[in-house]
Design a protein around this ligand. Sequence first.
Ligand code: FES
Length: 166
Amino acid sequence: MRINAQNLAKIVDKYHNEKSSLIAVLQDVQEKYNWLPPEALRLISERLCVPLIDVYSVATFYRAFSLTPRGKHVVTVCSGTACHVRGAPTVLDRIRHKLKIEPGCTTPDKNFTLESINCLGACALAPIVVVDGKYYGQTTVQKVDQIVDQYQPKKRKRKVIRKRKK
Ligand code: FES
């Protein structure tokens, strides 16, 4: 993936090229590209004068950062204890089958990335599915289609051409 160095420079400049802003810069880059491309990490390292290994350390430490391309929409299923006992495994199974991918993977059309994590800290809403930061509590297998379908790419309507009767 080619990174526009000027766009990246704007992000880093916003934080006055301060080393202490590394996490904020990584967050902005992740928001822009939906992942952290290696070229971006190299440019961040150069502009902030932070060793590349340190940039990678931070990028790999936090789960919020991804070093692999992600889909347009990130579907996260909580598999913590409270969610697990309230049906998260069946919810996750339904999403796996619907999207035809395993957790940690992205659909071939790059529309969805599926993730499974342990406890989102909102156990009262268990089981929880999060899509692009939006929480769907007390999710059931029956609700999965409704939730996921909102994020499906819109299909183009075909023009209906009617033949004239002769
Ligand atoms: S276990 Fe799912 S939010 Fe805590």
